[in-house]
Design a protein around this ligand. Structure first.
Ligand code: ADQ
Length: 471
């Protein structure tokens, strides 16, 4: 382990997340792009900060988060622990259970034992680094570390905050977990437990009331037997809107957009951007697009779907099956609907793309399809409206704007009622929403986009972080 800063009198911050936000590119370490890092950068310059996370198997971590003063504290995990704690309990038990069983959770005692062991290692590392800071706050992130708040509480009186990045399921589903009480008690070690939406927050409070006999619910607070009060709140995560808007107007992005416009000339573009995860509803989206082509011969050769899917969790079996299914569906649709000498209807990239390309695709798209079967929030929806809105003033009024087709089962849907909302399980419904959004008048699409982008800007990533850490 390495890396705390010398003690200063400013109140400190200890962030805990499964992975440290650094990656090695060639022989240099880089800060990984991501909401949490972006949110923290302004704080890091005012508060001594330490970030605790899995070192990803690298033993030569830099002492500091590149370009900042934040210390990095790596937690080493054995290969067996990665399999059982990360691939197993986190991604094959909790992930499907918390996403309304759109995948089937597996319950294995050995995974649970690894989860407890690894959570203990994180808590120990955090307490140790916290001792070197003056009045630290501990800020625990996400479902891989649900036992950590209680473990910290046993070792310190300092404030502990917790944020869950995925949904909290209905108590009736959560109750299936053999270790449900332990997880609830783990979270109740925090002073504040935060969720993306009011709905998830209520699910958590209801689960506590239903499953724990020694707690009392008082409004948004949960009062424990010893009188300690745990506050709960809904605080939707967001993006750095200023950053996205500026980049959207950059020369680099404009150049790439022009190239894409030439390549896709004469066709309207429907876009999907996701991690390749079964919660994101990619097969269902492809089927809805196939339905659209079946029903609307007039659209043949005039619309196409660009699906960009970043490889994810390739070691978990369910993800390998999903990859095969998507390959097969793309092949089938292209086989059915490609016309001689013409371009294919589905352009599928099984890889991540550079940020400049991502932004150029957001700008190119007529429809952004964000249609997960279940998603805690979904930042792609917020990125798309922000980037499209930044370009709006440069477009003529008749050009309209890109439209967002958004699943009702995302946290984002709560904040984005002006999107074209859909039920991703209803293929006819999604196909009809695609057709409606495609034919909407330019001024209607601009009106909706304007309202959506303004709302995202009002509650950006900085507002989120401030609320999370507000004492
Ligand atoms: P994720 O499930 O990873 O996050 P999401 O919120 O959509 O989902 O964030 C994905 C990020 O990766 C976005 O910033 C997007 O731009 C980027 N990305 C996706 N596909 C990409 C591609 N092909 N190439 C390049 N970049 C790509 C979890 C929860 C979400 C919650 C977030 C934050 O599952 O519900 O919104 O955490 O709390």
């Amino acid at each position: 382990m390495s890396g705390t800063q010398p003690r200063s009198e400013e109140p400190g911050l200890v962030v805990l997340s499964n992975r440290l936000p650094v990656s090695r590119v060639g022989n240099k370490w880089q800060t990984s792009a991501g909401g949490l890092v972006t949110a923290l950068l302004p704080l890091v310059s005012t508060r001594p900060t330490s970030w605790v996370g899995w070192d990803g198997g690298s033993h030569k971590l830099p002492e500091k988060l590149p370009g900042t003063d934040a210390g990095l504290v790596g937690v080493g995990l054995s290969r067996a622990d990665v399999k059982a704690y990360y691939d197993g309990f986190s991604n094959a038990t909790l992930w499907p259970l918390f996403h309304d069983l759109v995948g089937t959770p597996e319950f294995q005692r050995s995974w649970w034992e690894a989860y407890q062991r690894v959570n203990r290692s994180f808590a120990e590392a955090a307490l140790k680094t916290g001792e070197e800071l003056s009045s630290p706050t501990y800020w625990v992130q996400d479902y891989q570390l649900m036992l950590v708040p209680q473990l910290l509480r046993a070792g310190t009186d300092a404030p502990v905050r917790y944020f869950l990045h995925i949904p909290f399921p209905a108590p009736e589903l959560f109750a299936r977990l053999p270790w449900r009480d332990q997880l609830l008690r783990g979270l109740l070690g925090a002073d504040t437990v935060s969720f993306h939406t009011e709905h998830y927050r209520r699910n958590f409070v209801r689960a506590c009331a239903l499953l724990l006999t020694d707690v009392t619910v008082r409004g948004r607070d949960i009062v424990l037997e010893d009188g300690r009060v745990v506050h709960t709140q809904a605080n939707p995560i967001s993006i750095d809107t200023t950053d996205f808007a500026e980049d959207a107007r950059s020369e680099e992005v404009t150049g790439r957009l022009q190239r894409l416009r030439r390549q896709f000339a004469g066709r309207r573009v429907l876009l999907g951007v996701d991690r390749l995860d079964y919660t994101k509803g990619i097969p269902e989206r492809l089927l809805a697009f196939e339905r659209l082509l079946e029903d609307r011969e007039d659209l043949h050769g005039r619309v196409c779907l660009v699906q960009i899917a970043v490889p994810s969790r390739g070691d978990v079996e369910e993800y390998q099956r999903l990859r095969d299914l998507v390959d097969q569906l793309v092949g089938r649709i292209n086989g059915r609907f490609t016309r001689p000498g013409e371009d294919v209807p589905v352009h599928y990239f099984h890889r991540g793309v550079a940020r400049e390309d991502l932004l150029a695709y957001y700008l190119l798209a007529d429809l952004m399809l964000v249609t997960p079967l279940k998603d805690g929030m979904n930042l792609v929806a917020k990125e798309f409206v922000t980037v499209q809105h930044a370009a709006l003033s440069a477009r003529s009024a008749t050009e309209g704007a890109g439209a967002l087709v958004l699943s009702e089962f995302t946290g984002a849907a709560d904040e984005m009622p002006q999107a074209y909302l859909c039920n991703p399980f209803d293929l006819d419904g999604v196909s009809a929403v695609m057709a409606t959004a495609l034919s909407a008048a330019p001024e209607e699409r601009r009106r909706r986009l304007d309202l959506l982008a303004r709302r995202v800007r009002r509650h950006d990533i900085h507002a989120w972080a401030e609320r999370e850490l507000d004492q």
